[in-house]
Design a protein around this ligand. Structure first.
Ligand code: SAM
Length: 264
């Protein structure tokens, strides 16, 4: 079979059986698991998932791959759907699942972050995301306060889940070989904080808006606060008034959110 990889769909495929098994194990998939896979490609990861899971639903954008996948997974626990995942509503995706499900995806890098946020913001049934991401993106997401990689996505994802790099993946394990190394990122969703995600997200984005400015100056610019009010919030957090957004932990951002939206 000859298949020409399409660059526009980020088609860098995996074949290393040990790595494929490791991804399934990192995802904690067992015979009770319902799995949403995005981007099955030629079905190598799909196959390993299907061997361990109760059910796998795989969305693939590339029409040319559909007959290959349908033949490969005929009479199995895998359902193949031809669609661009960004154009399918969460409600339609979730009709495929009776229970909570885990998302497993090896996707083109340019859509990984939008997909993570689509599910985090809208899903009612997802409990875990296990995604292949560019190594630097994984490091940014898992960074803690005061780390040079710490930023908006680190805070937002830490506020909704436990984020962990389960393994690094050398670029040579992909065909064709991409320009960057990758990592498997696992996010176990939790409900630790009672926040409105959109409102919290806008506070975090505004706090980091001008990175070279202090948090107080960013808050004044975005929320029309007096300097005294903005400095008052930092003092309540036991933080120096000269702090920058990158000095605040997720806990402190949530406290700031509570102070501000109770007081505004
Ligand atoms: N899972 C396979 C593997 O590990 O070998 C393929 C991974 S490849 C990096 C990404 C796959 O995602 C490709 O098959 C591509 O066609 C598919 N894809 C890209 N964009 C997509 C989208 N928006 N919706 C669904 N599938 C997509």
């Amino acid at each position: 079979m000859t298949f020409v990889h399409k660059k526009r769909y980020g088609q860098n495929f995996l074949t290393d059986i040990n790595l494929l098994k490791a991804i399934v194990s990192d995802a904690g998939v067992d015979n009770n698991s319902e799995v949403l896979e995005i981007g099955p490609g030629l079905g190598s990861l799909t196959n390993e998932l299907s061997l361990s899971a109760k059910k796998v639903v795989s969305y693939e954008i590339d029409r040319e791959l559909i007959p290959i996948l349908n033949t490969k997974f005929e009479n199995s626990n895998v359902k193949i759907i031809n669609a661009d995942i960004m154009n399918v509503t969460i409600d339609d995706i979730e009709k495929n699942f009776d229970n909570k499900y885990v998302l497993v995806a090896n996707l083109p890098y340019y859509i990984t972050t939008p997909i993570i946020f689509k599910f985090i913001e809208q899903s009612k049934k997802i409990y875990r995301l296990v995604v292949m991401v560019q190594e630097e993106v994984a490091q940014k997401i898992c960074a803690k306060a005061d780390d040079k990689n710490y930023g908006i996505t680190s805070v937002l994802l830490d506020a909704v889940g436990d984020c962990k790099i389960t393994r690094k993946v050398n670029r040579k394990l992909f065909t064709p070989i991409p320009n960057v190394d990758s990592a498997i990122l696992r996010i176990d969703l939790h409900k630790k904080y009672d926040i409105d995600f959109k409102k919290f997200s806008s506070l975090v984005n505004n706090s980091f808006a001008m990175r070279r400015k202090t948090l107080v100056n960013n808050l004044i610019a975005s929320y029309k606060l007096s300097r005294e009010e903005a400095e008052g919030y930092l003092l309540k957090l036991d933080m120096p008034t000269t702090s920058r957004a990158e000095n605040l932990t997720t806990d402190q951002f949530v406290k700031l959110y509570n102070f501000m939206f109770d007081n505004l």
